[in-house]
Design a protein around this ligand. Sequence first.
Ligand SMILES: [Ca+2]
Length: 205
Amino acid sequence: MAKILAIGLVSIGAVVALFVVPGVVTDRSGNGPSDDGGNGDTSSFAVPDGEPTPVDPARIMVTASSHLPPANQIDYDPANTIDGDPGTAWNSDAQGTEGRGETLVFRFAEPVDLKVLRFVNGYAKSSGIFDANHRLRDVVVRTDQGARSLTLLDTSDPQEVGFDFGLTSKVIVEVVDVYTGTGFADSELTADLAVSEIGFVAIQR
Ligand SMILES: [Ca+2]
């Protein structure tokens, strides 16, 4: 069953994704629409027509369950996930969890018909920093239409998943499991969960 769902996902991705990176994400849930996607009321919005295009980061507000305080003139704000720069990242301020249970919430200025999620996983600033920090592994993506479980690849290369996520005013990324970083030897720096970029391709008004 899982294999069939994964194949279905790839097929859909090939249709809707503009820049498909093959073999990106495994969909393990196949959950259909459910009522656990939050309280967004999109009933008054018609599904927009047209081609999927990247959602302008200026029309996204992002928050996180935690983030590291700035240090050495580097900040770790969740907004770093939508600044288009793989050299900046959100880092969780996870204590003993390696980032499991953390959430990122992206709210759109108006609902979009979401087709593709793009990720630059980990702290992609350099291979050493990427390896040292934790990376997303298993996540649950919640929209106004329901929830889906995804497994990301352990790479700093861009990866994406195409799927008909539906009309939604927000995306919540819940961290279920991580690829554990090696940490920083001979340093007081701590390893944290890092995500450099998350992008959204959608049919928009
Ligand atoms: Ca960034």
